[in-house]
Ligand binder design. Structure first.
Ligand SMILES: Nc1nc2c(ncn2[C@@H]2O[C@H](COP(=O)(O)OP(=O)(O)OP(=O)(O)O)[C@@H](O)[C@H]2O)c(=O)[nH]1
Ligand SMILES: [Mg+2]
Length: 321
């Protein structure tokens, strides 16, 4: 899926992409430099669809290039999701010209696009004029075109822009039959796990931290910030100790990976398990009986998760091909 993030300079496009797809917080992106030309990055959104995000640097010299005869087909064709972002503190004629050119080429080169999403960003700023900007952008636009544009006032700083982008991408997932089939298989797998253990299961995607599927059905949460404990940290000598012990007790030493992390509350255990391809499975036991935790640990053993790993990998391959 090709996601085109377009708009004039300083609108917040790169900030939006980094905070949504890489789970960065806003403070980490305040000092971004202007994007030079097109920056393309691939993500597996919610662990379900492969996204190719085209973040188009919005400085005038780059815009001229994108609109030029030699480049516009490359930029504007085969777009699945078209997003136009503007800084709502700036109302200038040239912004409208850029918007109109963008719309013209999107509908010309990607005629299957049904809706263009326009994000009026930075509404957290006191001098934001999103209502005025909206009126300005749709003035003199014909009604058929207006129907194809969804305007939303947002703020990357406050998080509403990220919510909106996730909503837009979820809508795309729903239209994608391959990812819906994959979601069904994952849900089935998690329910099988649940049927043999007294626990609920949630599968998250790193690095966006978003939920892929859960045994609790629809479940809204903040993106998961998963701590990856690196055994190679300079102050950890677990591997050396393990190596010595292996010799003493006649084990064949092999490399160590971090398998699970266990958290404990008064009433349950939470086991997080890193699985292949940047996914994290979280099991929440419904009580603290020893046999329950043993069942969950068994369920989360590598060989049992092979099938889940296969499901997760299967479709991404097909989509890349
Ligand atoms: N106050 C506020 N500042 C924001 C918001 N979103 C982005 N910014 C700031 O706006 C500046 C520009 O953000 P970028 O993400 O680099 O903008 P861009 O659209 O990628 O710019 P180009 O790459 O030049 O096209 C940065 O200093 C961001 O911190 C927001 O919602 N509110
Ligand atoms: Mg940028």
């Amino acid at each position: 899926m090709k996601i085109l993030l377009f708009g004039p300079e300083n609108a917040g496009k790169t900030s939006l992409m980094r905070t949504t797809c890489l789970g960065y917080n806003f403070m980490k992106v305040v000092n971004l430099k202007p994007t030079k030309g097109i920056s393309r990055e691939n993500f597996i959104f919610r662990g379900l669809v492969e996204l190719s995000v085209w973040d188009a640097g919005g400085q005038q010299r780059y815009l001229e290039r994108y609109f030029s005869k030699s480049q516009r087909e490359l930029i504007f064709s085969e777009v699945t999701t078209a997003i136009f972002m503007v800084d709502s503190t700036v109302i200038e004629d040239r912004i409208k010209e850029i918007f109109n050119m963008f719309l013209k080429y999107i509908f010309e080169y990607s005629p299957h696009v049904e809706m263009v999403y326009c994000l009026l960003n930075k509404i957290d700023l006191p001098n934001s004029k999103e209502d005025e900007l909206y009126d300005f952008l749709i003035k003199d636009m014909d009604d058929d075109l207006k129907k194809k544009i969804a305007f939303t006032p947002v703020s990357v700083k406050e998080g509403s822009a990220q919510h909106r982008l996730i909503e837009i991408l979820d809508h795309e997932i729903m239209k994608n039959t391959l990812s819906m089939a994959k979601m069904g298989k994952i849900q089935h797998f998690l329910h099988e796990l649940k049927s043999t253990t007294i626990a609920e299961y949630l599968l998250f995607n790193q690095p966006d931290g978003l939920l892929i599927a859960s045994t609790l059905g629809k479940f809204e949460s903040e993106p998961l910030k998963f701590m990856s404990l690196k055994l190679s940290l300079p102050n950890s000598n677990i591997y050396q100790i393990y190596n010595k012990i292996s010799k003493m007790i006649d084990l064949q030493p092999s490399s160590l990976t971090l398998s699970s992390i266990l958290f404990e509350s008064e009433t349950s255990y939470i086991i997080t398990k890193e699985i292949s391809n940047g996914k994290v499975l979280l099991a929440v036991t419904k009580n603290k009986k020893l046999e329950v935790i043993m069942d969950v640990l068994k369920a989360l053993a590598n060989q049992n998760l092979k099938q889940l790993e296969e499901i997760l990998e299967e479709q991404n391959l097909k989509e890349i091909l």
